[in-house]
Design a protein around this ligand. Structure first.
Ligand code: TPP
Length: 318
């Protein structure tokens, strides 16, 4: 990645961080923003690194922690914010809210909150690519908890058997709700599960956006060359609770502090500054620009109308 691309990576992580900080802040007042927010603070390098490695035609399937994935796939902040606010101008006309957003315009085809539910869907879109002889890959994001679901195992088996162009991205943030990894599986490295399906498994520092980018870019090339699926485990950490209603009493404070030192944004910023390719002023300008984007998105959402109840059954298929 050249310097400009690395700065774009940094900018994307900053956008995700500030966008979600705003959501958390606004949701403290249910009159401003209703519902629990599930955010990826601390995990931004995964979304940004994956997004940078993908082409517009590539498909993503996301889970409940989706805002970062969508932004990194180039979803419009205004339309995303409006959807999270449940407004008519949002990506799904306000029918999804924060948790089930699809943005087909950028090939973010599905967000499902059924833990592990997106994994077979990703196998389906990868099968479509192969069957229609189209050159795109599918990336499926899911957590360590999802890798215990039956759907994960069936989907990996079939993807491997049929050599499908799908990249399984497991964000191992140590927790699954209030359960630690060792409370839900004896498997220490989720990447090891690939070997059960004769698939390549990779492990990467999920707080290093460049490392994530590199491993996904290689996996994408291999998928397009017909080498079959790859499982990538990104080791990372969830700074906050599961959602904004979670006081995270079960997360040791020193553990949180240790991981905050590994902040993916700080890491890339420091490396660019050390290389002399980023000046503090340039970083501050980036911050300023992003704050404006987020503020404008909130203004757009707040000024947008609510959906008309008469539209409730439109766009519903059975
Ligand atoms: C099938 C299913 N079981 C349980 C839940 C409740 N639930 C929502 S999120 C979550 C934790 C998921 O953990 P993980 O897959 O590790 O993702 P993370 O939240 O850590 O990003 C659970 C258990 C659900 N939504 N779907």
């Amino acid at each position: 990645m050249d310097n400009n691309e690395q700065k774009k990576l940094l900018r994307m992580m900053l956008l995700i961080r500030r966008f979600e900080e705003k959501l958390v802040d606004l949701s403290k007042d249910p009159q401003k923003l209703g519902g629990m927010m599930i955010v990826c603070t601390g995990q931004e390098a995964v979304a940004a690194g994956v997004g940078a490695a993908l082409a517009p035609e590539d498909v993503i399937i996301s889970n409940h922690r989706s805002h970062g994935h969508l932004l990194a796939k180039d979803a419009e902040p205004d339309l995303l914010m409006a959807e999270i606010f449940g407004r008519r101008t949002g990506y799904n006309k306000g029918k999804s809210g924060t948790l089930h957003i699809a943005a087909p315009e950028v090939n973010a085809l599905c967000t499902t909150t059924v833990v592990g539910g997106g994994i077979p869907i990703a196998v389906g879109t990868a099968f479509a690519a192969q069957y229609q002889q189209k050159d795109f890959v599918t990336v499926c994001f899911f957590g360590n908890g999802a890798s215990d679901e039956g759907s994960f195992h069936e989907a990996l088996n079939m993807a491997s058997l049929w050599n499908l162009p799908v990249i399984f991205v497991c964000e191992n943030n140590i927790y699954s709700g209030a359960q630690r990894l060792e409370e839900h599986t004896k498997v220490k490295d989720i990447a090891d599960r690939a070997s059960a399906y004769a698939m390549r498994g990779e492990m990467v520092d999920g707080n290093d956006a460049l490392a994530v980018y590199e491993v996904v870019q290689k996996a994408r090339e291999d998928c397009l060359a017909g080498a079959g699926p790859v499982l990538i485990e990104c080791k990372t950490y969830r700074w906050g609770g599961h959602g904004t209603n979670d006081e995270q009493l079960y997360q040791p404070k020193d553990e949180i502090a240790r991981w905050k030192e590994q902040c993916p944004i700080k890491k890339l910023k420091a490396s660019l500054m050390q290389a002399g390719t980023l000046a503090e002023q340039e970083y501050q300008d980036m911050e300023y620009e992003i704050r404006l984007i987020v503020e404008r998105a909130v203004q757009f959402a707040e000024a947008s109308p609510w959906p008309d109840p008469a539209e409730a059954l439109e766009d519903v298929y059975a």
